[in-house]
Unconditional design. Structure first.
Length: 92
């Protein structure tokens, strides 16, 4: 009778060990997939941020050029106003 119990306990232990191994194996694979998903998500976000940074850099350069154009126009208008003011004062 002791042999039957020993065989039965051994069978239950082996089956339990196999199912535990499968459980931990699936858990490890799921964790690996989650880590891989997070890694790819981070790569995608970094790529988007780099694209936004490049775009904002281009926009900044364009705005800088516009500001320089506006500054030169304001300077030209100041000179013209000064000339017209001097001409008007000279004719009075």
């Amino acid at each position: 009778m002791d042999n039957v119990w020993s065989v039965l306990i051994t069978a239950v232990t082996v089956l339990g060990g196999t199912s535990a191994f499968r459980f931990y194996e699936k858990r490890a694979m799921r964790k690996e997939r989650d880590d891989e998903f997070i890694r790819h998500d981070c790569k995608d976000r970094i790529a988007k941020l780099e694209a936004l940074l490049t775009q904002s850099s281009r926009e900044k350069d364009e705005m800088r050029a516009q500001i320089l154009d506006l500054v030169s126009e304001v300077a030209a208008l100041r000179v013209e106003i000064k000339y017209l003011t001097d001409k008007r004062i000279g004719s009075i």
